[in-house]
Design a protein around this ligand. Structure first.
Ligand code: ZN
Ligand code: ZN
Ligand code: ZN
Length: 265
């Protein structure tokens, strides 16, 4: 039986139109095709029929150009600087970016181009200093850990702890841990009564969540006391909690400077 020879003349495969058959190569049939771009190309019959060749090569080149057109390397998007292209994920292009704060992350091209991603998130860091969260008062920003923002806090019990900003804000952390351990002794009724009577006198500054800082309601000011060498020293009255707290912390951290100043007066 003689197999009928396939004739591809005039047929279209992608951008290619078959003109005529070329001499065989290693027993494989080859066709001369013309591409819509005008170039001619000899293509193996198997590549045409299998769909692996659809153009003279111009299609692939166009796709490459498209990719090269969108090269974000070195570009700036908010605080991001694009370092290099990262691996594709789910057909989305990703770029390795470095935030102005030093954090590196792979960011989707879409997010960068649309302006949805402008930093690692450090843009949104709120200054929590002076804030009170349960028994904790925020003193200062601590070092980042695993890219997370931490704050140095002082607990009412006097302990200092570094706490994640998120844990403070969502109320997960309210003390150095002493709250969980439970109060050493419950307040007797006598103590409670004392507290109540103390609160009734508007001229007596009220103890705040912060050790050494008292609130004076009539003048809306804050009194600060430092404990230096076991002595409680009055530091003055301040218009806000933050200043009172900073003054107290300074005095306690540099008692020598503070005491020298006192001597000079
Ligand atoms: Zn072409
Ligand atoms: Zn950042
Ligand atoms: Zn504590």
């Amino acid at each position: 039986m003689i197999r009928k020879k396939i004739d591809l003349t005039g047929q279209q495969f992608g951008r290619l139109t078959v003109l005529t058959e070329a001499p065989q190569r290693e027993n494989a049939r080859v066709w001369i095709c013309t591409c819509i771009c005008g170039k001619k190309k000899e293509v193996l019959q198997t590549s045409l029929r299998g769909g692996t060749t659809k153009s003279c090569g111009c299609l692939l080149q166009e796709r490459l150009n498209e990719k090269q057109l969108v090269n974000l390397t070195g570009k700036q998007f908010g605080k991001w600087t694009v370092l290099k292209e990262a691996l594709e994920r789910k057909q989305d292009r990703y770029w390795l970016c470095k935030c102005a704060c030093g954090n590196e992350r792979e960011v989707a091209q879409k997010g960068l181009m649309a302006g949805n991603s402008k930093s690692c998130g450090c843009n949104r860091i709120k200054d929590l200093r002076g804030g009170a969260y349960g028994k904790l008062t925020v003193l200062e920003r601590a070092e980042r850990r695993n890219g997370r923002v931490y704050w140095r806090c002082e607990c009412q019990c006097g302990n200092r702890v570094d706490v994640r900003g998120e844990s403070l804000k969502n109320g997960n952390t309210k003390s150095c841990g002493c709250l969980k351990r439970g109060p050493k002794k419950s307040l007797s009724n006598h103590h409670k009564d004392q507290k109540r009577t103390r609160k009734k006198d508007p001229n007596t500054p009220i103890a705040t969540a912060i050790r050494g800082v008292y609130f004076h309601k009539p003048t809306n000011t804050w009194d600060a006391y430092a404990t230096i060498g076991g002595q409680k020293i009055y530091l003055g009255r301040f218009p806000n909690l933050k200043e009172a707290l900073i003054k107290r912390t300074d005095a306690e951290e540099n008692p020598s400077i503070f005491l020298n100043k006192e001597k000079q007066h």
